[in-house]
Design a protein around this ligand. Structure first.
Ligand code: ADP
Length: 424
C-alpha cells in the first residue's frame, strides 16, 4: 500500500450520482492515481462495490441503504488490510467533489463552506437530477471527515468566462433576469483539462493559444477556448443543446416542442423523448453506442450510417462556427469515449475541414487509436490532437492548489493562464 510519507498529499475525489458513488485516490503533486472504485445500486436490495488498485481488485456485495452507508463502505474498502489502497483514513489530506451546477456564482473551484453548500442547493432547480446527489456526497463527506478541506469542482465553472453575446438567448430579458435562463455549458472540467494538456503537448504558451475542444462521449459538447478561457460552448441551459448525442437530440427548432404538445405530448413525455430516446439512438433505431452503430453501418444498415453522418456533420458545424469566432485556431482536441477511441469518427469529422486549416494525418490518426498524441500533418496550421480526458485528476489538482498552496485564486505555473478565476 502507498502511504503519504514522502510529503505527497492524498486527495479523495468523489463523484456522487443518484444511485452510485465513484471515487479515486490521487497522490499530489505526483498526479498519481493510487486506486479507484465505484459503488453501484445504492438503495437497492443488492449493492456492489468494485475497487481496483494496481493489480489488486476488491469486490464487496452487500445492501447499501444510502450514500452515508456507501461512504462508510468506501472507507472500509480503501483501508482493507489485504486489498486496500491506503493504511488509514487519516492519510487522506483533502476531498474533491464533482458538482454539476454552480449557476452563475462560481467561475472556479472553491473550498466548501456553508455558503457553497447553500449554493449547490440553490442550483438544484437548474440541475434537478445531478445537484441533489452531488449535495448528498458533500454532506456525507463533511459529516464523516469534518476536519478535512473539501473542494467543489463545478462542471459549469469553466464556461463562466463566456461573454454575454455567447450566453444570452434571444428571449425576453425577463427570462434571464427572473429564471436565470442562459447558456451555462457543461463538461467544463474535461474541456479545461484537455485544453491545458494540448498546450503542453504542443509546447505552446497558453496566452497565445486558441483551442477547439471536442468532448465526444455519450453526452458531448464542443468548446471554443481563447487563451485558456471558454468563450463559447455547445451545451446550453441544460446539456440537451448542441451536438447530436447518444440519446439527446441536440439543437432543435423550439417550435417543434409546441407542435408536438398540440398533438398530445405532455412536457414530461417530450423531455423524456428528447433526453433519452433521441440522438443516435432515435435516428438509427439501433443503439446509442457508436461502436454498435459503426458495426451496423458496415453491415449495410442505412439508418445507422445516416445517424453517424448527422453526428459528424453537427460536430463539424460547431468547429466551423468556433473557428470563425476564434479567428485563429491553434489546436483541435478530441476526447471522451468517441473522441479518444473512435479514430473513424475523428477522420469523418476532419475530412471536410481542410479549408479552415485542419489537415489530419489519416494514417497517423488510425495508428494513434486511443493514445494521447498529435494526429495532424506537420504542415497543418491547426494541430489536431487526441487527449484522454482525466476529470478526476483535474479535481485533485484543484484541491491541491486551493487547499495546500495557500491561494484561493490560483494560476497555472508562472504563466497568466487562468485556471480558476474567483468572481468578485
Ligand atoms: P459518457 O458520456 O457516458 O462518459 P463515454 O465518454 O464513455 O460516455 O463515451 C461513450 C461512447 O464512446 C459510446 O458511444 C461508445 O460507443 C464510444 N466508444 C468507446 N470506444 C469506442 C471505439 N473504440 N470506437 C468508437 N466509439 C467508441
Amino acid at each position: 500500500m502507498v502511504g503519504s510519507e514522502d510529503n505527497g498529499k492524498i486527495i479523495l475525489v468523489l463523484n456522487c450520482g443518484s444511485s452510485s458513488l465513484k471515487y479515486d485516490l490521487i497522490k499530489m503533486p505526483h498526479r498519481q492515481s493510487l486506486g479507484k472504485g465505484l459503488v453501484e445500486r445504492i438503495g437497492e436490495e443488492k449493492s456492489v462495490l468494485e475497487q481496483k488498485s494496481g493489480e489488486r481488485k476488491l469486490v464487496i456485495e452487500q445492501k447499501v441503504k444510502d450514500h452515508h452507508e456507501a461512504m462508510e463502505l468506501v472507507m472500509k474498502a480503501i483501508t482493507d488490510k489485504d486489498e486496500g489502497i491506503i493504511n488509514n483514513v487519516s492519510e487522506i489530506a483533502g476531498i474533491g467533489h464533482r458538482v454539476v451546477h454552480g449557476g452563475d456564482k462560481y467561475a472556479s473551484s472553491v473550498i466548501i463552506d456553508e455558503s457553497v453548500v447553500a449554493a449547490i442547493e440553490e442550483f438544484i432547480e437548474l440541475a434537478p437530477l445531478h445537484n441533489p446527489p452531488n449535495l448528498i456526497g458533500v454532506q456525507v463527506a463533511r459529516s464523516l471527515m469534518p476536519d478535512l478541506p473539501q473542494v467543489a469542482v463545478f462542471d459549469t465553472a469553466f464556461h463562466q468566462t463566456m461573454p454575454p453575446h455567447a450566453y444570452l438567448y434571444g428571449l425576453p430579458r425577463k427570462f434571464y433576469e427572473e429564471f436565470k435562463i442562459r447558456r451555462y455549458g457543461f463538461h467544463g472540467t474535461s474541456h479545461r483539462y484537455v485544453a491545458a494538456r494540448v498546450t503542453d503537448l504542443c509546447k505552446r504558451h497558453p496566452s497565445n493559444t486558441n483551442v477547439i475542444s471536442c468532448h465526444l462521449g455519450n453526452g458531448g459538447s464542443v468548446t471554443a477556448i481563447a487563451k485558456g478561457r471558454s468563450i463559447d460552448t455547445s451545451m446550453g441551459f441544460t446539456p440537451l443543446e448542441g451536438m447530436i448525442m447518444g440519446t439527446r437530440c441536440g439543437d432543435l427548432d423550439p417550435a417543434i416542442i409546441g407542435f408536438l404538445m398540440e398533438r398530445g405530448y405532455s412536457s414530461k413525455e417530450l423531455m423524456k423523448v428528447l433526453n433519452k430516446e433521441s440522438g443516435l439512438l432515435g435516428l438509427s433505431g439501433v443503439s446509442n453506442d457508436m461502436r454498435d452503430l459503426e458495426k451496423a453501418a458496415d453491415e449495410g444498415n442505412h439508418r445507422a450510417k445516416e445517424a453517424i453522418d448527422c453526428y459528424a456533420y453537427r460536430v463539424r458545424k460547431y468547429i466551423g462556427a468556433y473557428s470563425a469566432n476564434l479567428i485563429k485556431v491553434d489546436a483541435l482536441v478530441f476526447t471522451g469515449g468517441i473522441g479518444q477511441n473512435g479514430w473513424r469518427m475523428r477522420e469523418r469529422i476532419c475530412r471536410r475541414l481542410e479549408n479552415i486549416g485542419i489537415f489530419m494525418d489519416f494514417k497517423l490518426n488510425k495508428e494513434m487509436g486511443s493514445k494521447e498524441g498529435i494526429v495532424s500533418e506537420a504542415f497543418s496550421p491547426v494541430t489536431v490532437a487526441v487527449i484522454p480526458t482525466n476529470e478526476e485528476l483535474q479535481i485533485a489538482i484543484d484541491v491541491y492548489e486551493l487547499a495546500f498552496s495557500g491561494k484561493n485564486e490560483y494560476r497555472r505555473r508562472e504563466t497568466d493562464f487562468v485556471v480558476g478565476i474567483k468572481r468578485p
